[in-house]
Design a protein around this ligand. Structure first.
Ligand code: NAD
Ligand code: MG
Length: 388
């Protein structure tokens, strides 16, 4: 295979570390030129990664950590930058393939910039599509690169939805593990700690998405992500709880057929697929042993206990900037929960209140409208949190 140049936005996170593992498995420096790596607070890891792969540029999103990164990489020949401009510099570097693995809305601007200049985008950062939906898809189209989902559910759908059968797509069935509180009552969920909420039964992930799995806000974001990625209607998007996380998602066709993609819960399969698409490359990940697994379970999601799913439907039906508002309010509520300022179930209350308050904002005509709505939703959510 020809050499490929890559950039990883968010290399120090859970997805970023797995991406570097996959790159290592598939030949490392023999086969890949790493252009830029970006991180935030973990300077030691960022510097270590940059040296290991011979990155041309290392960026910390935190301007206050610039000096520390510079000192750590002194003499290495690796360029150093920081903050918003540093992230823009990383996105602008001439990499064929960009892994978008920054968490939250912070990932939108650099990912959009990489898309605009025509890079293939491996999209882990679902917030890009939830917030900016059609504008983001249009930016990728204009740039001319591919948009390859990395989120396990969307990778599964991408792998089972062939272009020539798109006309026969009937429904998209997103699987959800149900998280650590799948069988809990609302009373039991009322006073849970961050430590209990972050303990995902199957996947090892960053803090934000782990809490989002417990509240099912992660699935809510994924419903909207699927809508934009696969040009689906809200009615075509279903969620089914599947506690084993073996079936990563399914596509139902108009002839009654359902195709599924299965694997062990390990993000490296989806990352590897995105890296070498349309080819597949051998990966050292665990294999499924069906006899050992024995059974696969499925159950209907409970929108009473997990209102996030209902809010995603509301956002899809209202359209416009409601996805952006839901996401920004949820990030704000998540931070408040992690800091102990609100309780677990109050996150959904805050999000719903912000969505209702801002339901008359007109659809985005430009990306600036998205950023403005994001700021407004955070301000509104913070106001509700302060008023509790
Ligand atoms: P993480 O918290 O482990 O890592 C986040 C990365 O973003 C780190 O490199 C961090 O330095 C960087 N970052 C944090 N704040 C930043 C900021 N303000 N500006 C710039 N960079 C910043 O998160 P993760 O679990 O790897 O998730 C990354 C993205 O991938 C999220 O959008 C998540 O929803 C999505 N995703 C993750 C998984 C998973 O298994 N972890 C699965 C599917 C989708
Ligand atoms: Mg997912």
């Amino acid at each position: 295979m020809t050499r490929k140049s890559v950039t990883i936005l968010g290399s120090t996170g859970s997805i970023g570390v797995s991406t570097l593992d996959v790159i290592g498995q598939l030949g490392g420096r023999e086969r890949f030129d790493v252009m830029a790596l970006t991180g935030n607070g973990n300077i030691a890891l960022l510097a270590e990664q940059a040296k290991l792969v011979g990155a041309k540029l290392a960026v910390t999103a935190d301007d206050r950590r610039y000096q520390e990164l510079k000192v750590t990489l002194a003499g290495s020949g690796i360029a150093v930058a920081s903050g918003t401009s540093g992230l823009a510099e990383a996105a602008a570097m001439d990499a064929d393939w960009v892994m978008a693995a920054i968490v939250g809305t912070a990932g939108l601007a650099p990912t959009l910039a990489a898309a605009e200049r025509g890079a293939d985008i491996a999209l882990a950062n679902k917030e890009c599509l939830v917030s900016a939906g059609p504008l983001f898809v249009e930016a990728v189209r204009r740039g001319g690169g591919k948009l390859i989902p990395v989120d396990s559910e969307h990778s599964a759908i991408f792998q089972t939805l062939e272009e020539h059968q798109r006309h026969a797509l009937e429904r998209i069935i997103l699987t959800a593990s149900g998280g650590p509180f799948r069988t809990w009552s609302r009373e039991d969920m009322a006073n849970v700690t961050v430590e209990t909420a972050r303990a995902h039964p199957n996947w090892s992930m960053g803090l934000k998405i782990s809490i989002g799995s417990a509240s099912m806000f992660n699935k809510a974001l994924e419903m909207i992500e699927a809508q934009h990625l696969f040009a689906a209607t809200p009615e075509q998007i279903e969620v089914v709880v599947h506690p084993q996380s073996i079936v990563h998602s399914m596509v139902g066709y108009t002839d009654g057929s359902v195709l599924a993609q299965l694997g062990v819960p390990d993000m490296r399969t989806a990352i590897g697929y995105a890296l070498t698409y349309p080819a597949r490359s051998p990966l050292n990940v665990d294999r499924l042993d069906f006899a050992k697994i024995g059974r696969l379970d499925f159950e209907a999601p409970d929108e009473e206990r997990f209102p996030a799913l209902r809010l995603a439907r509301l956002a899809m039906h209202r359209g416009g900037l409601q996805g952006c508002i839901m996401n920004a309010a949820e990030e704000t509520a998540f931070e408040a929960f992690v800091e102990g300022r609100i309780r677990f179930l109050q996150m959904a209350d805050i999000v719903e209140a912000a969505m209702d308050r801002l339901s008359s904002i007109s659809p985005a005509a430009s990306i600036e409208d998205v950023f403005a709505a994001d700021v407004e939703a955070r301000r509104t959510a913070a106001e509700f949190i302060a008023g509790l």
